[in-house]
Design a protein around this ligand. Structure first.
Ligand SMILES: Cc1ncc(COP(=O)(O)O)c(C=O)c1O
Length: 320
């Protein structure tokens, strides 16, 4: 049995066709994924809207989930329509008005050779209420640590898949950033350009353009990222998708993270430790406060996910 304090709003989770009490553990310690990270996951949010909870861009998340499974040669025991229904039922069962939703497909118990030849693929779905991923600082601006480690390169691995094991680099580097007194990490890629955060994309606003990078710069092209590009366009903000140099980032008028968990988090300070041969240096980004463009996009995004803007209702899947 597990203590439930860390997840105060979660009552049950779903696993292979049944609901279990949140504190009940049913997975074997010799589960393949536990040893080798052979799992794929999604991070999805549902928001409170006037018509009850609505899941944001569920279709895109589940398409990516199945794409990730394919990269790991997994055959999902459930289809996208079935997982859609399971996610809705988990939200209903837990009576959540808003939620962070975590579907996970993993190679389960069967063998422990690296090839999961007799380990079945199993699905679990949990959902709970989760506030700002980067904490209170996410409102006033976060400080990032520009890492000496380079992001896994797109020539080494398909960056569009969310594979459990690949996130070990994100965890290690997120911990390093916090050890250094920062709120979050920023990876450069092997080309020494700004890539992404451990679980976030990066935007900058500079010279009148809102700019972000793409998969050719070793980033996962997030669903929040594509929503922001569309929202910015609709707001009349000029956008560009191209590499972001470290210099661009440090001298930007504004910068922010985007991601399902982090939502939109202004980046206002950076500690640059990217060059192992020179001491780390502190920088202020823009005015050191969340910028106007960031705030405008953040407000519109917040209204969009909460069903307050008609034209973005196309992105919502109502639970009821
Ligand atoms: C490495 C990485 N980059 C970017 C993102 C942002 O993606 P999304 O907006 O789809 O959550 C995530 C989160 O899934 C991520 O894990």
């Amino acid at each position: 049995m597990f203590d439930n304090k860390g997840f105060p709003k979660a009552k049950t989770y779903w696993f292979m066709g049944k609901f279990y009490d949140w504190s009940e553990a049913i997975i074997h310690p010799m589960t393949h994924a536990l040893h080798y990270g052979n799992s794929v996951f999604e991070g999805i949010r549902a928001y409170k809207t006037p018509q009850g909870p609505a899941v944001f861009r569920l279709k895109e998340h589940l398409d990516r989930f199945m794409h990730s499974a394919g990269i790991l040669k997994m055959k999902s025991p459930y289809s996208i329509p079935q997982i859609t229904d399971i996610i809705k039922s988990v939200i209903r069962e837990n009576k959540l008005e808003s939620a962070y939703i975590r579907p996970l497909l993993f190679y389960s118990y069967g063998n422990l050779g690296l090839i999961p030849k007799s380990s079945p693929v199993e699905l679990l779905v949990g959902a709970w209420q989760w506030g700002a991923y980067l904490g209170e600082n996410a409102l006033t601006g976060v400080k990032v640590y520009i890492l000496p480690w380079r992001r896994v390169h797109h020539s080494q691995y398909d960056m569009s898949a969310k594979l459990g094991g690949i996130y070990v680099q994100s965890t290690i580097c997120g911990l390093i950033a916090r050890e250094q007194g920062c709120d979050e990490a920023v990876f450069l890629n092997l080309e020494k350009n700004v890539a992404e955060g451990p679980g976030e994309n990066i935007f900058i606003y500079k010279d009148g353009f809102l700019k972000t990078n793409d998969r050719s710069e070793s980033v996962l092209e997030g669903i929040t990222r594509s929503s922001i590009l569309e929202i910015a366009h609709d707001l009349g903000i000029q956008t560009k998708v191209e590499p972001i140099t470290k210099q661009d980032f440090l001298t930007a008028d504004e910068a922010f993270f985007s991601g399902t968990a982090a939502e939109i988090a202004p980046i206002t300070r950076a500690k640059d430790a990217s060059d192992k041969d020179t001491p780390a240096k502190d920088h202020t980004i823009g005015s050191g406060k969340p910028g106007e463009v960031t705030q405008k996009i953040s407000t519109t995004y917040g209204d969009c996910v909460r069903g307050k803007i008609k034209k973005y209702e196309k992105w919502l899947t109502y639970v009821d």
